[in-house]
Design a protein around this ligand. Structure first.
Ligand code: AMP
Length: 180
């Protein structure tokens, strides 16, 4: 399967998050999945891509030209698609991914989660979106989502647009289970 993963570009996060990225990459590679992602070499993104390849999987990066120019592209990817804008990249990742996983990340990851969620709602796409809640990282975001439903900023049915997994193994089981 082509699984699109969103995650941190920071190199300075705690080892528990690095471990989650490596574990997800290793499991994806072992199970024959292809990683679709933002094409970066930094932070969890780079750890994830290397782990996928080391375990025998393929990597398809989609990266804006501006980041390539700043030498942040993962040139070792089997496919590295260079696009002009962030919007173009997001559209390509949504088209290529058969499922979406968000590991912990910062503002870029947050944007990708929100974009994917709204896109799923508007297109009625059945592609799964899983948030990996490593060390409770997404607890505060999920609390904000709860406030959206409680105060009617979003319909409660939107809870069905995403699933929370405790760890990478669970995220993959959810995706593989949804397919069969
Ligand atoms: P952040 O969570 O702010 O670290 O941003 C990471 C997310 O935004 C990733 O899932 C990427 O798709 C995108 N992104 C941010 N920075 C980069 C970068 N230097 N290279 C490639 N993609 C990036």
């Amino acid at each position: 399967m082509h699984i699109c993963v969103y995650c941190a570009s920071s190199d300075a996060v705690a080892p528990t998050y690095e471990e989650a990225a490596r574990t997800l990459g290793r499991l994806m590679g072992q199970r024959g999945h292809t990683l679709v992602y933002g094409g970066g070499r930094l932070g969890l993104m780079g750890l994830l891509a290397r782990a996928v390849q080391q375990a025998g999987g393929r990597v398809h990066g989609v990266i804006p030209q501006a980041l390539v120019a700043r030498e942040q592209a993962y040139e070792e990817a089997e496919e590295l698609e260079i696009v002009q804008t962030m919007a173009e990249r997001q559209a390509r990742m949504l088209a290529l991914g058969q499922a979406f996983i968000a590991l912990p990340g910062g503002f870029g990851t947050l944007e990708e989660i929100a974009h994917t969620l709204v896109w799923k709602a508007l297109t009625a796409s059945p592609k799964p979106l899983i948030l990996v809640n490593t060390a409770g990282f997404y607890d505060t975001l999920l609390a904000l989502f709860d406030q959206f439903y409680r105060e009617r900023f979003a319909p409660p049915s939107w809870r069905g647009l995403y699933t929370v997994a405790a760890h990478p193994q669970e995220a993959l089981s959810l995706i593989e289970g949804a397919r069969s």
